[in-house]
Design a protein around this ligand. Sequence first.
Ligand code: ATP
Ligand code: MG
Length: 221
Amino acid sequence: MTLILEAEGLCKRYENHLTVLNGVDIAVEEGEFITVIGRSGSGKSTLLNIVGCLDSPTSGTVRIGGREVNYDDNASLVNFRRHSLGFVFQQFNLLPLLTASENIEYPLLFTGHTRNERKKRAEELLAIVGLEDRASHFPPQLSGGEQQRVAIARALVNRSPLLLADEPTGNLDSQTSFEVFKLMQEINQEHETTFIVVTHEREFGWYSNRTIEIKDGKVVV
Ligand SMILES: Nc1ncnc2c1ncn2[C@@H]1O[C@H](COP(=O)(O)OP(=O)(O)OP(=O)(O)O)[C@@H](O)[C@H]1O
Ligand SMILES: [Mg+2]
């Protein structure tokens, strides 16, 4: 058993004395598909942002792939984000002036890949998410579900072993939501990418190996 993520004693307090996370411990094995649930305001996004190196904890430690995240060192955080994880947002966050293919390639501009390597990798990913025929579409020319597929492809482009998604289906209708979950499940099974997905929909729990619930600042067991 190899742990891809270990979070220990994570606390997040804001200056207004609001304690959002109050000692969260999580251990995730490589290849797991985890859903994270909890009431609105319970701290799901806070937790995912900390694990995703987009925010820092007030105290506690996070280890990804056995390496402890140093939240004080911006350069190492950027490096971690580039190589160790992919992030998918509820609002897709695609760059509107780039095509689907260019959006997918975009993270590779910072990792020393040649133009040909980038193009080839984007083609591979478009095939994985079933959008080969939408490569040259701009985001406004894609449906919500298609945009989220592109965002998932972009999050996978660096072959990151860990993919974090914060309500990736929050802006999609229920049929499209199921399709996006099914796609993530297929990628999890075929490519062994570990997924941690925040969702409001308890029913998506059955796509996962395990559901983590956050309540009163802690993980409910
Ligand atoms: N920068 C901030 N300063 C103060 N409080 C904050 C800040 N960011 C978030 N919070 C508070 O932290 C709590 C947790 O927010 P978070 O976004 O993690 O909740 P969530 O579980 O993702 O909710 P939702 O399901 O609505 O997305 C909320 O009460 C929120 O108001
Ligand atoms: Mg949230």
